[in-house]
Write a protein that binds this ligand. Structure first.
Ligand code: NAP
Ligand code: MN
Length: 267
């Protein structure tokens, strides 16, 4: 890695077992002329130690930094779609630290604007779900086209790397992160002579905009989730989602393509 990128910030949940393992990791970093910093603002490399949930939090809590490289280290036997390294495999890490021509991978993000006011990024997905036992009604627009009226539990809008998370549990497709796009999947849609939706997931090009307007019919307080955080505003009228111009940069190891990781995790 180049000389400008030598400040490491570690993001993790403190446990006794992890503290011990991390101490030897910090030493390894220092031995290789890296600095471990306490303030994430001073870091060029942000290292999440845990599972995918920890990686999502590390990215979110440090503000989706564009001038940083993010690295995921598996702490236990988690699957780790975002985790390239294993905490016990020091050789791999030394190799990456010493290799100046390391490849950088760019993961697409989506941007969600709520009520035309506030905009938030997500690395996995944005979910719009009913908070009540009643279903919610959402008008779905693709650019200016009124596409469908959804009635059911909610909709999940996933990035390519988020496609293996919530999106996959509801039968969405797994999408190659080299494709700049986002996928919309349904949570238990009502389909009958009165309510009709596409019924399958669909994938939009990064040039399109998805707009969801929530019908104000009494159950108009959906909960909006962005990765593993809930958005707390109660009065949600519309939600606009598009691909972000920003990306998350991670280190790419040899023989560890996205599809290697999908295979390792699921097959
Ligand atoms: P969680 O409820 O503990 O996570 C659920 C599982 O999803 C964990 O095993 C987590 O892995 C895994 N995961 C997270 N991102 C993934 C990805 N991109 N590809 C494959 N697996 C992934 O909550 P969390 O750990 O904070 O993760 C938040 C994510 O959970 C949300 O972004 C959403 O995608 C997902 N989720 C899924 C469902 C569902 O499938 N029914 C419901 C709610 C949320 P680790 O164990 O390594 O953390
Ligand atoms: Mn988790």
């Amino acid at each position: 890695m180049s000389d400008q990128r030598r400040n490491l910030y570690f993001f993790y949940q403190q446990t006794e077992e992890l503290n011990d393992k991390l101490e030897s990791l910090f030493q390894l970093a220092r031995d290789n002329d890296f600095q471990v910093v306490e303030d994430s603002n001073k870091a060029n490399i942000i290292i999440a130690v845990g599972g995918d949930g920890t990686f999502l939090q590390a990215v979110r809590k440090t503000g989706f930094r564009q001038d940083c490289l993010y690295v995921g280290i598996r702490a236990g036997n988690e699957a780790g779609l975002y985790c390239d390294f294993d905490i016990d495999n020091h050789d791999e890490m030394i190799d990456a630290m010493k290799n100046s021509e390391i490849e950088v991978r760019r993961f697409p993000l989506i941007e969600t604007t709520i009520n035309n006011e506030s905009t938030f990024s997500s690395l996995n997905e944005c979910s719009v779900r009913s908070t009540l036992i009643k279903s919610i009604v959402v008008d779905v627009y693709i650019d200016d086209l009124h596409f469908e009226t959804f009635r059911g539990d909610g909709l999940i809008i996933a990035t390519p790397t988020g496609s293996t998370a919530y999106n996959k549990s509801i039968n969405g497709a797994v999408v190659d992160p080299k494709l700049p796009c986002f996928q919309i999947s349904e949570l238990a849609s009502l389909n009958n002579n009165r309510y009709r939706t596409l019924g399958s997931s669909f994938i939009l090009s990064g040039e399109r905009t998805l707009k969801l307007t929530v019908r104000q019919d009494g159950n108009d307080h959906p909960i909006i989730g962005m990765d593993n955080e809930a958005f707390s505003i109660r009065n949600i009228h519309d939600v606009t989602i598009k691909l972000s111009e920003n990306v998350i940069k991670t280190v790419k190891l040899k023989n560890n393509t996205y599809w290697d990781r999908v295979k390792r995790t699921f097959l």
